[in-house]
Design a binder for this molecule. Structure first.
Ligand code: NAD
Length: 342
């Protein structure tokens, strides 16, 4: 019989089901253990999934002979847990962002290389139909060259939402606000779809509407790609609901607009194409009701790649570029200057 990967998940909070369910549906993997410092959370999830509960991730790694650990923790813990897991010979699938600081994301990659293990980073929205329609039209030349791109994000993260968390809204544990936590997905899509290195970012950040958080709830600016394209962005998380994110490409042969799970391309020759959500991916309660249900696709692809001994489609090297972009946006916003990427 084929080897089944033994997987554990650390962090039994909001995003936990989006990892637990795909693992439980994947024939190549057994979810053997779950871990949370909040014991009642670990106990409840362990019972639900017939896994073992742990309250200390090092103990889980030591006792369970895991092949893979999924990291669903506050941002500042991603590099700490990943590096420990690599030192014990595990593969790692971490939630976005890789880390708060660029140097930590680089250290995660070095630890993966040193151990010969794989680092996966969740950017599940790359697998949405809406993303793929435009991505392919850009790659195969149907849209011609991109002239410019813009994105808008207006979501709702109220003071009440922040008051329930002991890490969100803080610089040391979340590492920022609307950029690093919410807009990172759409910013990653912009970078992935343009497929070019970045020359500079020029960004303003501010807290305009929240009383109880340290971090920014608004960000505006531009990403200049090395091929000359300007990518404009406007992101807030003080809107009253999670409006569909928008990403629009103005291209030589047409215009393509992604509106969350839907996208439409109008070609200048009169043709058009559309993409809609398939609707059959798992999302749990309202965890991901507004956007981003493709964890299952990315997690399955990650395990397929592990089985073949290959890098996953979304490599840690590519995820690092998004981390670098986000870190440069913070540097630009905090220091009020344009930041060139090396
Ligand atoms: N991909 C997406 O669409 C998406 C959506 C939401 C959250 N996320 C990401 O998932 C991660 C977790 O976010 P969340 O909203 O689930 O947070 P959360 O606060 O709901 O859950 C985090 C859990 O980690 C536990 N924890 C904290 N320190 C621990 C430790 N040392 N050992 C074990 N457990 C510990 C907490 O008790 C909590 O249960 C973040 O990186 C976030 O950005 C991704």
């Amino acid at each position: 019989m084929d080897h089944k990967f033994r997987a554990g998940i650390v962090g039994c909070g909001n995003i936990f089901p989006m990892h637990a369910y795909p693992i439980s549906k994947n024939d190549n993997v057994d979810l053997v253990a779950v871990c949370d410092i909040k014991q009642e959370r670990a106990d409840a999830k362990a019972k639900e999934l017939s896994a073992k509960a742990y309250y200390d991730y090092q103990e889980m790694i030591e006792k369970e002979n895991l092949d893979v650990i999924h990291i669903c923790l506050p941002h500042y813990l991603h590099p700490i847990v990943a590096e420990y897991a690599f030192s014990k010979g595990l593969h790692v699938m971490t939630e976005k962002p890789m880390s708060i600081y660029l140097r930590d994301a680089k250290a995660m990659i070095e630890a993966a290389e040193k151990s010969g293990r794989t680092l996966g980073v969740i950017f599940q929205n790359r697998y949405n139909n809406s993303t793929q329609l435009i991505y392919k039209a850009l790659r195969d030349g149907r849209l011609g060259k991109v002239k410019s791109v813009r994105m808008t994000l207006a979501w709702c993260r109220s003071d009440e939402y922040y008051s329930k968390s002991d890490w969100k809204g803080t610089w040391d544990k979340e590492g920022g606000g609307v950029i690093i936590d919410q807009a990172i997905h759409t910013l990653d899509l912009m970078r992935y779809m343009i497929g070019e290195e970045i020359e500079f970012v020029d960004c303003s950040i501010s807290n305009r509407a929240h009383e109880i958080i340290e971090v920014e709830d608004a960000a505006e600016g531009v990403i200049k790609f090395q091929n000359g394209i300007f990518g404009a962005f406007h992101c807030i998380n003080y809107f009253t609901y999670d409006a569909p994110v928008e990403l629009e490409f103005d291209c030589e042969k047409g215009r393509a607009k992604l509106t969350a799970d839907k996208s439409v391309i109008y070609y200048h020759n009169g043709d058009s194409e559309e993409a809609h959500p398939t609707g059959d991916y798992f999302h749990y309660g309202n965890v991901k009701s507004y956007w981003g249900v493709c964890h299952q696709v990315q997690i399955n692809q990650f395990y397929d790649a592990l089985k073949k001994g290959e890098q996953p489609e979304i490599t840690c090297y590519d995820a690092l570029k998004t981390q670098q972009m986000v870190c440069a946006m913070y540097e630009s916003g905090k220091l009020h200057k344009r930041v060139y990427l090396k």
